[in-house]
Design a protein around this ligand. Sequence first.
Ligand SMILES: NC(=O)c1ccc[n+]([C@@H]2O[C@H](COP(=O)([O-])OP(=O)(O)OC[C@H]3O[C@@H](n4cnc5c(N)ncnc54)[C@H](OP(=O)(O)O)[C@@H]3O)[C@@H](O)[C@H]2O)c1
Length: 320
Amino acid sequence: MKAVVIKNYGGPEVLDISELPTPTITDPSQVLVKVRATSINPLDYQVRRGDYASLFGLPIITGHDIAGDIVAVGEAVKNWRIGDKVYYSPRFGGSGSYAEYHLTEESSLSRMPDNLSYEEAAAVPLVGGTVWEMLAVRASLKKGETILIPGGAGGVGTFAIQVAKSMGAVVFTTGQSALHEDLRKLGADVVIDHHHEDYIEEIKSYTNGKGADVIIDTVGGSMLSDSPLALADYGRVVSLVDIAQPQNLIHAWEKNATYHFVFTRQSRDELHHITRLIENGDIKPVIDSVYPIEEVKNAHERIEQRKRERPLFGKIVLSF
Ligand SMILES: NC(=O)c1ccc[n+]([C@@H]2O[C@H](COP(=O)([O-])OP(=O)(O)OC[C@H]3O[C@@H](n4cnc5c(N)ncnc54)[C@H](OP(=O)(O)O)[C@@H]3O)[C@@H](O)[C@H]2O)c1
């Protein structure tokens, strides 16, 4: 089978398209999936660079989203049959999705929504599960509450705006001015240009000094310690990013804030909520671009570039 193998850590140039033996079922609870599409997450380039070198031995196949067809099932598999369309996140730490076939446990799988193509479905599992965990499970976002979702144009942001809106929240987001119209069409009530405006001052002004009930930290840096300055009393902050620098949380204390930290290793338990929203037509994955797997290096360059000719909007998908 065709697979993208990382033999050394480094830039996009280390993504090597190789021929490997197709995996076979060795345990009765396993399922073999023909991968039709996968998508790119920042986690993929972090793994490629070696940020998680202590967790992985080289060579590795990375990738955290799969949409595809079941082509073989182990004897003990009860709920799935050959030909079923599935979507899921491979378990973090195991073999990833940048390969023509993927071997997994039946407990990882979710049924692919009826109304999505493979490319659209591949954009969902990691960010969809993460967004449900953040908004519904951790933040317990309620109808009428205000939420700040920075990075609204990103993979997480485009999902989080739609899910928060479907829950009845008032959504503030940030994005480049060229994308403001698109972000409003997704459901954002207020869009702040993070390159030219101070989000803290803007949120205070739009909420008459009260602050947002929930803030999602998708960008890192000083966001965790600054968030309370734009947070309502007893507000909730949910962080998604690795925190590599010391943080001073004195303003969190002043606000009686609650902090949550989310790291998705597998998303099946959350994904069925997202499937329901997709099939009801409440949310739809936003696709920035689709690259054939042979162009995986260009796809990584696009997500990592800081200055792009065309701004990123949604998920980058790889098709087989
Ligand atoms: N913990 C977990 O389980 C989990 C799961 C999924 C994702 N994540 C993390 O969540 C983060 C976002 O993921 P993603 O898939 O949405 O990434 P993405 O698709 O690369 O999008 C990132 C977005 O953030 C914006 N941005 C960057 N710096 C910003 C800043 N200082 N202020 C406001 N916006 C800024 C970018 O806008 P510009 O294009 O204008 O720069 C872009 O729209 C990543 O760090 C990722 O690793 C964590």
